[in-house]
Design a protein around this ligand. Structure first.
Ligand code: NAD
Ligand code: TYD
Length: 353
């Protein structure tokens, strides 16, 4: 038995591969294009592991997909590969359509052909698990109930629209062709190996570097945060026991305003790595221009996955955030490896105004 992950050199996929190999004996193949967000340093500790194979390539490359599927004969595919940063999708949506929509379509077609060639037993045991986001449901007001699996799709950014499109393709490949699919819609993740263009790692690293901590608009937007290892355990659980064709919302019941998140990071740093002048890192908070079309609030109702599959997060926001800050303090070399020239250029362009 083998599973194939796509996008396993990214933030969540990388954590997933590491967790999989630390807990299970089943081999895992990782197909990743290594965009700016892909980083093999994350997987350095499993490079020589016999149960792990890396393939450099694109989920939009049908010939390569056919080759990998025939060679490794996976019993399941976990699709993490995507362009994932909302701000980048605003500056340049093309790549998001290409990978998230066309790439997912190409992957589904390759997987369907492979799946049709299996015997009946393998066919019914096969799973295609698509990793998606709560952002497909759009935005909530302060007094709206959290998103359930039956909420309407109302994506507002090029990123969330491209993820919504991919979710619809996955759904259709099940209803029309019978492909055994599962979809997870998760809230904002945080934790080790998070690329520092996203809020939490960006704030930790900017604070330590003495730079401004940029808060968009009034900082009162709400996100529902989940520690990445909890997302990985939810995905393993859905793969193991989820009902084919169903979608599962994944979240940690941790709604926080962005200002609250940034302030907590500053307090943790004040305690763990204080500034030499004794002033709090909170002094570095700076309000900057808001993101166009910025969704005000996301919140996940995670009762279905808890009720039907018995999954619950292990971390609270307090324990998970502390672990994350400590990880960044102890892993400066990983950080230096990802903050390439290309990434520095992004910071300069995006935060110029
Ligand atoms: P990420 O940007 O850190 O990693 C994406 C990975 O996919 C990178 O390794 C990249 O090289 C690879 N990739 C990109 N295009 C590819 C292509 N065409 N072919 C093969 N590989 C390609 O993203 P992430 O934060 O790890 O997110 C993983 C998945 O989880 C995405 O589908 C995202 O939509 C979803 N998700 C993310 C969050 C979050 O908070 N980060 C929350 C919910 C869902
Ligand atoms: P982000 O990590 O980009 O995730 P997403 O947009 O997918 O939720 O942003 C999390 C929140 O933090 C979001 O409301 C935007 C906000 N934000 C800032 O205020 N400043 C920043 O520099 C960044 C990157 C994000």
């Amino acid at each position: 038995m083998t599973v194939l992950v796509t996008g396993g050199a990214g933030f969540i996929g990388g954590n997933f591969v590491l967790d999989w190999l630390s807990q299970l004996d089943e081999p895992i193949v990782n197909l990743d294009k290594l965009t700016y967000a892909g980083n093999l340093q994350t997987l350095a500790e499993v490079e020589g592991d016999d149960r792990y194979r890396f393939v450099h390539g694109d989920i939009g490359d049908r010939e390569l997909l056919n080759k990998i599927l025939n060679e490794y004969q996976p019993r399941a595919i976990l699709n993490f590969a995507a362009e994932s940063h909302v701000d980048r999708s605003i500056h340049g949506p093309g790549e998001f359509i290409q990978t998230n929509v066309v790439g997912t379509f190409t992957l589904l077609e390759a997987v369907r052909a492979y799946w049709l060639g299996q015997d009946d037993q393998a066919k019914s045991a096969f799973r295609f698990l698509h990793v998606s986001t709560d952002e497909v449901y759009g935005t909530l007001s302060a007094d709206d109930a959290p998103f359930t699996e039956t909420n309407r799709y109302e994506p507002n950014s090029p990123y969330s629209a491209s993820k919504a499109a991919s979710d619809h393709l996955v759904r259709a490949w099940h209803h029309t062709y019978g492909l055994p699919v599962l979809t997870t819609n998760c809230s904002n993740n945080y934790g080790p190996y998070h690329f520092p263009e996203k809020l939490i790692p960006l704030v930790i690293l900017h604070a330590l570097a003495g730079k401004a901590l940029p808060i968009y608009g009034d900082g009162q937007q709400v996100r529902d945060w989940l520690y990445v290892k909890d997302h990985c355990s939810a995905i393993r659980r859905v793969l193991e026991a989820g009902t084919v064709g169903e979608t599962y919302n994944v979240g940690g019941w941790n709604e926080k305003t962005n200002l609250d998140v940034v302030t907590r990071i500053c307090s943790l740093l004040d305690e763990l790595s204080p500034r030499q002048d004794g002033i709090s890192y909170a002094q570095q908070i700076t309000y900057v221009q808001d993101r166009p079309g910025h969704d005000r609030r996301y919140a996940i109702d995670a009762r279905k996955i808890e009720r039907t599959l018995g999954w619950k997060p292990a971390e609270t926001f307090e324990t998970g955030l502390r672990k994350t800050v400590v990880w960044y303090l102890e892993n400066q070399s990983w950080v230096e490896g990802v903050t390439s020239g290309q990434y520095r250029q992004w910071l300069e362009t995006h935060y110029r105004g």
